[in-house]
Write a protein that binds this ligand. Structure first.
Ligand code: C5P
Length: 282
């Protein structure tokens, strides 16, 4: 029987180290000893086989209660290692939910998109590192100084913590960019901000599948690309005009995909996750 944590999250035994796709995964992560201020996790660890497609899948917990999140995590079972906690769930349930996920052996991608003065962002990154998150987001438009402060704070607290930069929100088009004072195409802005983030120590970028290939072409393969907004093959695209399937996103250059509702609202979330894993494992 699985032990339950305060938020009711059943324990699990996935691996803890940085997700594959992290360019530092094999060398640096192996050498880095956990810091004393990292949360203790006494769960046994199982190293996944190499090229385990679960390394590439992140399930978005876009719900408002710990109970709803716990239900999804339990339903997905061992079909995913990493869960995205965004501003909705974090605002509702706070850091304890993150601690509980980490203590249960899950990895957490904390998607709070920090954007503030460098000192404040660095302090927030240190707190996120203390929670034990594996990945977090900052806005690339916060400046080179802010990106550097975030990356340095992360590295000092936990060298395997991946700082991802958000460039242009996928909800923005050229007209929206122009209204906030940016002229040019979305893809040019994405490339400009992505290089700024990578030059200043960030390990990756959050990017749509359509941007992923442009990023790989211009900036190479030595960084993480996390791609949301994918829809499993065969799923109705309904409200989404421009979506890629999981396999298309990986082919375009994504190292990780974020999938929310197709898994969380499925009648059988584990089966849906397994189907996506098959699609990206080929
Ligand atoms: O649409 P879905 O439920 O799979 O979304 C999962 C996550 O990806 C959400 O947290 C959403 O914020 C993010 N997303 C995004 N850009 C999109 C679509 C979704 O960042 N175009």
């Amino acid at each position: 029987m699985q032990a339950a944590l305060p938020h009711g999250i059943p324990t699990n035994v996935p691996p803890k180290n940085s997700p594959s796709g992290d360019p530092r995964h094999n060398d640096q992560a192996k050498n880095d000893q956990p810091k004393n201020d990292q949360p203790k996790n006494d769960q046994p660890r199982i190293d996944p086989p190499q090229n385990d497609p679960r390394e590439k899948l992140i399930v978005a917990l876009d719900v408002s209660t710990a109970a709803a999140a716990q239900k999804i995590v339990a339903a997905v079972g061992d079909s995913a290692f990493t869960y995205k906690v965004g501003m909705q769930l974090y605002t509702a349930e706070g850091p304890q939910l993150v601690r509980d996920l980490v203590a249960s052996g899950r990895r957490v991608f904390l998607d709070l998109k920090y954007h503030d003065i460098p000192n404040t962002v660095a302090a927030a990154v240190r707190q996120a590192a203390q929670l034990g998150v594996s990945m977090l987001t900052v806005h690339a438009t916060g400046s080179a100084k802010m990106l550097r402060a975030a990356a340095d704070a992360a590295r000092a607290a936990n060298p395997t913590l991946i700082v991802l930069a958000v460039t242009v929100l996928t909800s923005m088009d050229e007209a929206d960019l122009e209204k906030v004072g940016i002229n040019g195409t979305v893809v040019d802005e994405v490339l400009r901000l992505a290089s700024l983030a990578l030059e200043n120590g960030c390990q990756g970028i959050v990017a749509s599948g359509h941007e992923a290939s442009a990023l790989r072409k211009s900036l190479g393969n030595d960084f993480v690309i996390v791609t949301p907004g994918v829809r499993p093959a065969g799923a109705g695209h309904a409200d989404q005009a421009r979506v890629l399937t999981p396999a298309e996103a990986i082919k375009a250059g994504a190292s990780h995909i974020v999938v929310g509702r197709p898994i969380t609202e499925a009648a059988d979330p584990a089966a849906e996750a397994q189907s996506i894993l098959r699609q990206i494992g080929q």
